[in-house]
Write a protein of this length. Structure first.
Length: 346
């Protein structure tokens, strides 16, 4: 029903306005008695065999919602009813920021893709914390970044502010240095500044877990770009080993425009969706093989079918995340992936 009836109507309108409209609709329907249970009955797959234990956490199933969809932690409880095993909120910054000027979100229908240049638009980490206090048992990842006006030499401070604020309210952290939409942010992926940033967060993590009662250290993951060379990916493997962070999310959006058919393919920003499917899986396989599976990988990028997810899991991912595929294919995709995983493991 989604692809035949709902999506064609939604795709007639501006994608950012549709995003806000959809959020409002999900929130309203979820408040109607019985609808949340109905969503779970239609889309959620409950099976102990789907559980994954990683980083000391138990994921109900391996299919999560990637960061960027629920930036401000406004709808994580409601979105979990569609069958996601975990929800990643953010990217959050210390101070609220409006992001880049509109129009900044573009559908590439011929390519089943999206280009965004949102620019970490969010209401700030403290505002999100207030909403996270209403969490009803959803496993939450906190994706953190820096404010646009913060120079790279002070970036560590921004990440630490977000880390401290979110520590009691998220289950794992994601360090985002790979968005192409904040000026010079990707320069933080270079070996020296990235190592320094991660070591500071690892140190803070230990301090927080020692001083707060009944709190363990939180898993820290690094989200990387798909545009890194093999040499840079080898650096990432070294950095994970040197800093002893817990894993990698591969991958963020790409600045590549290779092979696109859509008229608006030249828009500036990060590209997500089907054109990223193969490259994201390549990066996962490279990291997994070259590190000898030394750390867990969450696979994201161009998952539009259950087979796309299986390919990433086979390449070495332990979990997968959806974003653009969720928009194009609808919530049935979550169920299809979980069913396919069960069938493969049977």
């Amino acid at each position: 029903m989604y692809k035949v009836l709902i999506r064609p109507i939604l795709f007639c309108f501006d994608p950012e306005k549709v995003h806000h409209f959809t959020f409002s609709a999900i929130r309203i329907f979820s408040k109607i008695p019985g609808f949340a249970a109905l969503f779970r009955r239609i889309y959620a797959v409950k099976d102990k065999r789907l559980e994954r234990n990683l980083f000391g956490l138990t994921f109900k199933n391996p299919v999560g919602l990637a960061a960027g969809f629920d930036k401000d932690a406004r709808l994580f409880n409601e979105l979990s009813n569609f069958g996601f095993g975990f929800i990643e909120i953010g990217t959050l910054t210390p101070k609220p920021q409006a992001g880049n000027p509109k129009k900044r979100l573009f559908r590439l229908k011929s390519d089943s893709a999206i280009i965004n240049r949102m620019g970490f638009n969010n209401g700030g980490v403290e505002e999100a914390v207030e909403r996270l206090k209403q969490n009803k048992g959803v496993l939450i990842g906190g994706n953190i970044g820096k404010n646009k006006v913060t120079p790279n030499e002070n970036a560590v401070d921004d990440y630490k502010i977000c880390f401290e604020a979110l520590f009691d309210y998220v289950d794992y952290f994601v360090v985002n240095v790979s968005s192409p939409n904040t000026p010079n942010l990707r320069a933080l992926q270079d070996k020296e500044p990235l190592t320094k940033l991660l070591l500071e967060l690892v140190k803070l993590n230990k301090e927080k877990s020692h001083t707060e009662r009944n709190q363990s250290a939180k898993p820290i993951l690094l989200k990387i770009a798909p545009d890194l060379t093999n040499e840079q990916l080898l650096d990432i493997i070294d950095i994970v080993a040197d800093t002893k962070i817990d894993g990698v999310i591969a991958t963020n959006t790409t600045i590549s425009r290779e092979g696109l058919q859509s008229d608006n393919k030249t828009e500036i920003g990060g590209l997500s969706g089907k054109p990223l499917t193969h490259r994201s899986t390549e990066v996962i396989r490279f990291l997994s093989e070259k590190s000898n599976k030394a750390f867990p990988i969450i696979g994201v990028g161009g998952i539009h079918t259950a087979q796309d997810a299986l390919d990433k899991l086979e390449a070495g991912a332990s979990l997968v995340q959806l974003y653009t595929g969720f928009i194009y294919e609808g919530p049935k995709l979550i169920k299809a992936i979980n069913k396919a995983i069960l069938k493969k493991e049977h």
